[in-house]
Design a protein around this ligand. Sequence first.
Ligand code: F0G
Length: 454
Amino acid sequence: MPTFEPYRIKVVEPIPITTRERRERALEEAGYNPFNLDADVVTIDLLSDSGTGALSAEQQAAGLRGDETYAGARSFHRFRDVVADLTGFPHIYPVHQGRAAERVLFGTLLKPGQTVLSNTHFDTTRANVELRGCTAKDLPCAAYRDLDSDAPFKGDIDLEALEAELSGPDDVALVLMTITNNGGGGQPVSMANLRAAAEISRRHGVPFFLDAARFAENAWLVTQREPGYENHTPRQVAEEAFRIADGAVVSLKKDAIVHIGGLLALRDPELAKRCELLVIAGEGFRTYGGLSGRDLEMIAQGLLEVTEPEYLRARAEQTAYLADLAAEAGVDSVRPTGVHALYLNAGRLLPHLPPSRFPGFALATQLYLEGGIRCAELGSLYLGELDEAGGLVKPAPYELVRLAIPRRVYTQSHLEYVGEILAAIAKNPERVRGYRLTEIPPLLRHFNCRLAPV
Ligand code: F0G
C-alpha cells in the first residue's frame, strides 16, 4: 500500500512569510484573538478544515459545466442524484453552508423550551438551538473523559444517559449525532453506537439526525477500528450510516472538499415540505439554496472523491504524522489521533497557567508568535463559564488547542515545520504567558472576544 498522497500539485499559491515583529504587531492589533488575524500575516493556517481544502482538476472541470439556470438547473439534478445515492434520503435541499441547514431544520422542528440531545453539539449548532429558545445537551460517552485512552470510539453518545434523558421530564425534540465528533476531540462514532442511539430515539418517538460534516472521515475510522467493518469500503460505511438516520444536516465545506456549501436531507415528506419554505425564504429556491450551479457540480464531484480509500488513508496518515511530531516535541494530544485535526493537550504542557489564564489560548497565540501558525483554542475560553467581568467561574474539563488540517493543502514539510515550532515552545513552556479577557460578546464569544496578556 502506498504511504504517500494519491495526487500531485498542479496549481500553487504563495504563503506569507513574516517576521516575529510583524506577528507581534498583528496579534496585538487583533486583540490577541487569532480569528481577527488577516490571511496575509498567517504562514500555516490550521484554524479550520472548513472551506479550506484544495479542489481537484475534476472538480474544477465540473465547475465549468455548472448550469446557472435559476430553477431546475442540470447542476441541481447532478447534485441531488449524487447525494441521494450516497445518503438514500428522498428530500434533499442545498443550502449555503452547514449552519444554514441547522437554522432551517431547527426553525421548523423546534419549539421554544424543548431540548436537543447530542454526543456533542458543534458551537454554531448549539447557538442555533439556543436561538430557538431551546436547550442543547451533550451526552458524550464516558471513554471521552480520559484524553489519553486509546478507546477506538470516544465520539460515541452515552447510551444510558440518552435513554435516561428520553425517559425524563424534558421535552426532547431531536437527537443529533455529530460524526466525527468535532467538539469532542474529533473522535469517531461507531456504527454500533449509531444503530443503538437510533433505536432508542425511535422507541421514544424522537427524530434521529446526523450532523455529518465529516461523514467520510468517520467512515474511514470505522473501517480501521470497528470489528465487522474491516472489509467494508468507506463508501459502504457512509451509505449505511446515513440509512440509519431520519435526516442529516451537512456542512459540505469539509467532506465535499469545496469552499462553500451545505445540505439538509430528510426522510419525512411532511417535514420536508415545511423546511422547504424556510429554504426558499432564507437561502434560495429549492434547486439552488444559496449556491451557484458551479458550486453544486463541484460538491457532487467532491462527494465522490472524498470516500476514496487512498485519499482517506493519506489524510489520516498525515494527521498521525503530526501527532508523532508533537509527541517527539513533548506535547501530548488527545488519543487516539483522529483525521481532521490534532487536539493538543495545552493544560498538560503549561501547568503554570491556571484555567483562568486560558492555557489553550496561550499555546495557540504562542504558535502564532513563534511560527505564524494559526489555530483555535478549545478550552475554558470557548467552553468555560464566565462572570460578567470575564472571570472564569467554571473551567472547561480540558484545555485543548485544535490544529485543523485543510484537505489536500499542506505537505509533509509544512507539518515538520509545525513540529519544530512546537518543539521550540515545549523546550521552555514556562515562558508562555497567560491571558485575561478584555471584551466578551454574549454569544459565540471565542470568535469575537479580545484579550490581553497577563
Ligand atoms: N457541524 C460541525 C460538526 C462542524 O464542524 C461545523 C463547522 C458545522 C456543523 C457548521 O458548518 O461552517 O458549514 O456552517 N465547523 C467548522 C470548524 C467551522 O472549523 O470546525 P458550516
